[in-house]
Design a protein around this ligand. Sequence first.
Ligand code: OXD
Ligand code: MN
Length: 590
Amino acid sequence: MTKHKKLQSWIRECAELCKPDKIVWCDGSEEEKARLEKEAFKSGELIQLNKKKLPGCVYHHTSVNDVARTEHLTYICAKNKRDAGPTNNWLAPHEGYRRASEIFKNSMRGRTMYVIPFSMGPVGSPFSKIGVELTDSIYVVLNMRIMARMGKVVLDLLEKTRGDFTKCLHSKADLDVNRRLILHFPEDNAIWSVGSGYGGNVLLGKKCLSLRIGSYLGEKEGWLAEHMLIMGVEDPSGRVDYIAAAFPSACGKTNLAMLLPPEGLKRKGYRIWTVGDDIAWMRIDTDGKLWAVNPEYGLFGVAPGTNSKTNPNLIKAIEKNTIYTNVLLKKDKTVWWEGGDGVVPKDGTNWQGNPWRPGELDENREPILGAHPNSRFTVPILNVPSVTNRIDHHHGVPIAAIIFGGRRAHLAPLVYESFNWQHGVFVGATMASERTAAQVGKQGEVRRDPMAMLPFCGYNMGDYFKHWLALGKKMTPPPKIFNVNWFRKDNGDFLWPGFGENLRVLEWIISRCKNEVEGVKTPIGYLPHENDIDMTGLRSPREHMRKLLAINHKDWREEAESIGEFFNSFGKDLPKEMKHELNALEKRLR
Ligand code: OXD
Ligand code: MN
């Protein structure tokens, strides 16, 4: 048990509700890992992968109806509906507890309740937050071992400081989508997740604590919890500039965070240092600058499309000590996914657990996939060859530039810089991605995703914009804010090669931060001169750069109109500065 009174009584309460057969405290030791794996191999929850080819790696299937975050079942349970805001599902806290209690009740009969003390951020750092997750899933324990610092060190700290912690309760219950709820109680510092076994719903340190509860705490305590990668760009003199960047899902955050400099720029001797690929916690330090830590300790990355070309660093990282979920399992107990390395296997077991051969079609004559499009690997960040040596720094890293990005086939240029912090907040608040042909819905339709936080902001998004604006006034100076678009098209073809070549754009961004290069003033912000992006070694026609940087005033006027409609959805909660920025944009476009 524990000396921490509050922890003790909360665990007792949860055990009375869920009725586990036994309670096991996780200490984070190697012995514990081996014991849990052995048990999971025996029950079939995990499959041991080829020890020679994938040492320390294991395989897991989630149930077929449980393969992604369920945003429609995710709620912010604040006392006042207004505090959840127009972008979140809301339930009154008593109603949330009532509905979930019915599902949690007796859900752990015949099961073990594991107690996982964990720290988001380096243990003991003033940046960090402690959580305790109670779960009936060994898969969750093994994932949390990778994704967060956990175990005895965290419990010792919690007991020593008698500090507060986020109460995170999870049960798979019966994995029934009709009895699944992901509930956040920001005012109680609590998360209740029931009926799912999928990572984003059940690794409660990640989206639930580090973003939804984190953003709420950030507003109260004066810091930011963001859906951002953090990377360092080291120039040949050894200077490292750190960048934080927000992109909606499926826009290549993980690849950007660990890119390898492209051939054409190799001569310059750049190196990239990976700090994080998904979440940034940022604070103003005593120097008046913005500093960031990655609260996580691992990556929960999407497998399909990951290969030695798109992300060579990641391919090296996942060769060992990795948990693979919902990918194709090959006969030799290795794994494969669509868009992965190597030849397409002749057969295997697909993500649904069925025998699979390439080319087979389903009843709609669609190809049956080997790996689910959202299949994942969980890998320690220390496995990544480009990991920064500052990963455990209590302070994190100083942020020189913030980047927002979306997928826009037409409108947005390759890169532009906002005029100032307030304008930059407007650029982030109006971020959007277009639907591709692969998605259901009208092609080209725009989904607004402010700061890529639409599914993750744990409070009223109008207040969130206000918080960003207020922090900008406290920094001396605030980081510059940029927007990038790797996805602009011409006649259906991408104009920009993307991946490692994106370093060329980062180079311009950093030179703007150092005031080394002039920008071209346009109605939407500062753009590079056509020759200011180093294109050495790229065989891209010059007219491509012209098209990548073109601004079509008519399209932008339509964009301003659509932003106006989006802003209306916030009613009086929209800060007046956002409306001013929209009016100013409209004026500049006239
Ligand atoms: C996401 C993720 O869904 O990082 O954004 O898993
Ligand atoms: Mn994410």
